[in-house]
Design a protein around this ligand. Structure first.
Ligand code: SAM
Length: 280
């Protein structure tokens, strides 16, 4: 649609106001309207950058119905920027329904990258960043939270969650119960702000450390959990271990792991890692 406007998806800072991009400021100054979750909050943010624009409130509970109105405005040629209270819109924030409707209507959607707490925390966690699952917020109730964690217990990719200061202690207790005290976790708190802390340990130890000082669980936080690894978390059947040990006395460990994997239907690499750790 040539005369239609563009919807810009604009990331804003997650704490440090210097983390705005030049492109975001340029887009704010040229659009007709800014769709935001909390217009008062965003008004303060944008006035910090000297920008004054009309706002349109778009939050979780009105998005489905308000999105149609925004689509109409775009079709009439208005340009609109979508922002959330902090970070990247749509990431545990409103915007998905609007973007889907815009794309279905053939409207132009342009993303402007910037801060996102999950990715920023992952980068500094020291936990594998090559494959990960972002799971948003865990359920608030313990039973549902444990069920969710049980479903993810054998997930070998890094797990990333958003968590609140009120629930982090209970959540870590559930993580310890379901995934075991040895699972390595990182709590990234108040990223880009004055009290930024990034603390990592086995969940049992981290829980104890947090219990020593209530300030350690305050503020906004991302929880990163190392993915499941058979070698660390689960012993092989003793028969499998025995076979691996015997065969590796006659053959290189890699070869021995391949043979035992074939014989017992185990993962070759997991056996190899186990062998390295225990008798390599
Ligand atoms: N859309 C946002 C983003 O791109 O990161 C996330 C919005 S979600 C409603 C808010 C959650 O993000 C917080 O409860 C917290 O888990 C995480 N978060 C936001 N800012 C953070 C910060 N500065 N440090 C750590 N976690 C943060």
């Amino acid at each position: 649609m040539t005369n239609s406007g563009t919807l810009y998806i604009v990331a804003t800072p997650i704490g440090n106001l210097q983390d705005i991009t030049q492109r975001a400021l340029d887009v704010f100054s040229k659009v007709d309207l800014i769709a935001a979750e909390d217009t008062r909050h965003s008004g303060l943010l944008l006035s910090h950058y000297g920008i004054k624009k009309p706002f349109f409130a778009l939050h979780d509970h009105n998005e489905q119905q308000k999105a149609d109105l925004l689509v109409e405005k775009l079709q009439q040629g208005q340009n609109i920027a979508l922002i959330s209270d902090a970070g990247t819109p749509l990431i545990s924030d409103p915007g998905f329904h609007l973007v889907r409707k815009c794309r279905q209507a053939g409207l132009n959607v342009v993303p402007l990258p910037g801060a996102c707490a999950a990715i920023t925390a992952l980068c500094a966690s020291g936990i594998a960043s090559d494959r990960f699952c972002f799971e948003g917020f865990l359920p608030a109730k313990s039973k549902a939270r444990r069920d969710k964690l049980e479903n993810l217990a054998k997930e070998d990719r890094t797990l990333i969650f958003y968590e609140s200061t009120h629930r982090i202690v209970d959540t870590l207790a559930d993580v310890e119960t379901v995934l075991g005290a040895d699972r390595y976790v990182v709590l990234a708190r108040e990223i880009t702000k004055t009290w930024e802390t990034i603390s990592g340990d086995h969940v049992g130890n981290l829980r104890q450390w947090l219990a020593e000082d209530a300030n350690r669980t305050k503020g906004e936080m991302v929880l990163i959990i190392e993915g499941y690894s058979q070698t660390e978390n689960e012993a092989f059947d003793p028969q499998v271990v025995k076979a691996l040990q015997l065969i590796s006395q006659a053959l290189p460990l890699k070869k021995a792991a391949a043979i035992v994997a074939e014989l017992y239907g185990e993962k070759k690499n997991a056996l190899y890692q186990y062998g390295l750790a225990h008798f390599g």
